[in-house]
Write a protein that binds this ligand. Structure first.
Ligand code: ADP
Length: 191
């Protein structure tokens, strides 16, 4: 089954979408996105891994930012990371049957992309925001995440590479299933 699931797509003839299994802290994209909490003072999961890999200067910078609202994002330098910038996006804590969570999750992705476009970045890597400690069901989160970046990629030439770095095979496959559905609906083109 794995062989039939897509790992790439193209939006607008020029923006590439990639799904890979891996660790976001080693990505050499212009920016990596952190699934941060609203304090921006570090935490567990991907947030802890990014702060450990970037070194203490990252916390020194995020301390100056005064936090970040859910659904918004703020950019810092990447320090010891291969990525030049970290975009700290705050996804929602999942609450069952609250329709607001999907809007907030989409907003976290969109604001991250807007910051990348403003800085004229060519490439960005996302983790699966809100699907760890914040409890967002994976299939629903994958659908919101991919729909949001595809809509954005159709309207903007930059960033020209949008990569999802999924932490294990089952998360990757969930995103691949959603992408397959979008390819079948012609929302995005095969690559
Ligand atoms: P949130 O609080 O937004 O739910 P988490 O960090 O708890 O954020 O989890 C978000 C996702 O990031 C989960 O799918 C988790 O498995 C994944 N994750 C954890 N560490 C890494 C990493 N180093 N690289 C990529 N993804 C990671």
């Amino acid at each position: 089954m794995q062989g039939n699931l897509p790992t790439r797509a193209i939006m607008n003839g020029q923006v590439a979408l990639e799904l890979i299994e891996g660790d976001i802290t080693v990505q050499a994209t212009d920016a990596i996105v952190n699934a941060a909490n609203s304090s921006l003072l570090g935490g567990g999961g991907v947030d802890g891994a990014i702060h450990r890999a970037a070194g203490p200067d990252l916390l020194r910078e995020t301390r100056q930012l005064g936090g970040c609202q859910t659904g918004d994002a703020k950019m810092t330098r990447g320090y010891k990371l291969p990525a030049r910038y970290v975009i700290h996006a705050v996804g929602p804590i999942y609450q069952y049957a609250d329709p607001g969570v999907a809007t907030l999750l989409a907003s976290a992705y969109r604001r991250s992309l807007e910051l990348a476009t403003e800085q004229q970045l060519n490439s960005i890597a996302f983790p699966s925001i809100s699907t760890g400690a914040y409890g967002y069901p994976l299939a629903e989160a994958a659908s919101v995440a991919l729909r949001t970046v595809i809509e954005y990629g159709r309207e903007h030439a930059r960033p020209a590479l949008i990569r999802f770095v999924l932490f294990n095979q089952s998360i990757l496959q969930e995103y691949q299933q959603v992408l397959l559905g979008f390819l079948q609906k012609n929302w995005v083109d095969p690559a």
